[in-house]
Design a protein around this ligand. Structure first.
Ligand SMILES: [Zn+2]
Ligand SMILES: [Zn+2]
Length: 379
């Protein structure tokens, strides 16, 4: 290469680097996570992370280290889900750690894919590798199961109803593997403002949402945001969170607190949020029939007038949609919004952030669990 050619190449490379640094700094400086209005009432709302691996399976940190990171991230609880049928060592790791409630379930490899079991009493022998049988065994031990990354086998592999309690609507690990290329230029931000690259990789989980809505037509299934964290715990703990609504403050006794969280999850008393974009604290979705309150996750017979009430986190530009049997309609502005129900069916809410955010326009910031208003003759 001649000297002038070499120089040209060097200038081109230098120009490209400067352009990249400018572009990167622009995005980095513009990015912020919106924090909740301090006046927001968040009574009995606790925040946690579901689906985490430790060194007791293929994760990179020990349970206590993970709990330490979680406690410093301001979380109330985390749920370990180490691989196993079940993972007995991981089940023993649970407890209060630095003021954080560390729960442990297990992620089982069954014939249909990966199935997470939570809240079960320790079994005397291993769970079956048959998905339906494993779900039945977990249920018999007072636990419940969640279908993990349901499309890891590309097409639906879970057959018909087998008593699963939930389904993962977003699995961060699967999404990162799928969307790594467009996120590459943002990756250096992982160590400065990790919310930026993580939010950039989120796409609307169209297939999972469609399947979830379909399942809900026949039986109750609750939707989960799952981090599936094996490493990068700190960034992931700020990313996708479950907001669980309790009836009372979280107890200090471990057994009681564990039961509070699991029974709320079992009943669908929680919503999911990409908190790295904005803290979703204060969101609420409930029904009212006369003086009776219908909590999120509940199922009732639709034989009297019902209103649905949606309260959005305050102080942010946002747009909420009501999804009825999979069909989306914008909710009128107002906070709270009250919607008079005229038809039976499954209702849930998606909220989109209208502030400046790396979240794609079609990607919801909050996804509630449904309220089921069943026809009179519904079993
Ligand atoms: Zn898995
Ligand atoms: Zn996993």
């Amino acid at each position: 290469m001649s000297i002038s050619k070499k120089r040209k190449f060097l200038f081109f490379f230098l120009g490209l680097t400067i352009a990249y640094i400018l572009w990167f700094s622009f995005h980095l400086l513009r990015f912020k996570t919106y924090k909740p209005d301090p006046k927001t009432s968040s009574s009995h709302e606790i925040v946690g992370i579901y689906h985490i691996h430790s060194t007791l399976s293929d994760g990179k940190k020990e349970p206590d280290k993970i709990a330490h990171i979680a406690a410093r991230s301001g979380l109330d609880f985390i749920i370990l889900t180490d691989h196993g049928e079940p993972n007995f060592a991981s089940l023993k790791a649970k407890g209060w750690k630095e003021g954080l409630l560390m729960l442990s379930g297990t992620e089982m490899s069954v014939n249909r894919g990966h199935l997470v079991g939570l809240g079960f009493e320790t079994p005397s022998q291993r769970f079956s590798e048959n998905a339906e049988q494993a779900a039945h065994q977990v249920n018999a031990l007072n636990g419940f199961t969640i279908i993990a990354h349901p499309y890891s086998k590309i097409s639906w592999s879970w057959g018909k109803y087998a008593g699963y309690s939930g389904i993962e609507i977003i699995n961060a690990d699967s999404m990162l593997k799928k969307n790594i290329v467009p996120v590459l230029p943002f990756l250096p931000a992982l160590f400065i403002k990790p919310g930026l690259p993580l939010l950039k990789m989120l796409n609307r989980p169209e297939k999972n949402l469609r399947k979830w809505d379909m399942l809900n037509r026949s039986y109750k299934t609750y939707g989960y945001f799952s981090t599936d964290a094996h490493l990068l715990y700190k960034p992931l703990f700020a990313f996708l969170r479950l907001h669980v609504l309790l009836n009372e403050p979280l107890a200090s006794d471990f057994k009681v607190a564990e039961n509070q969280v699991y029974s709320a999850l079992k009943k669908g008393r929680f919503f999911n949020a990409a908190d790295a974009a904005a803290y979703a604290t204060g969101f609420r979705f409930w029904g009212k029939s006369g003086t009776a309150k219908i909590p999120m996750g509940a199922s009732i017979q639709f034989d009297a007038p019902v209103t649905l009430n949606i309260q959005l986190p305050s102080g942010l530009e946002q747009k909420a949609y009501l999804i009825h049997n999979g069909k989306s309609q914008p909710l009128p502005p107002g906070n709270p919004t009250i919607y008079e129900v005229t038809q039976a069916g499954v209702y849930r809410v998606e909220v989109f952030l209208k502030e400046r955010t790396p979240l794609l326009r079609n990607c919801p910031w909050i996804i509630s669990n449904p309220i089921f208003l069943r026809e009179k003759n519904y079993e």
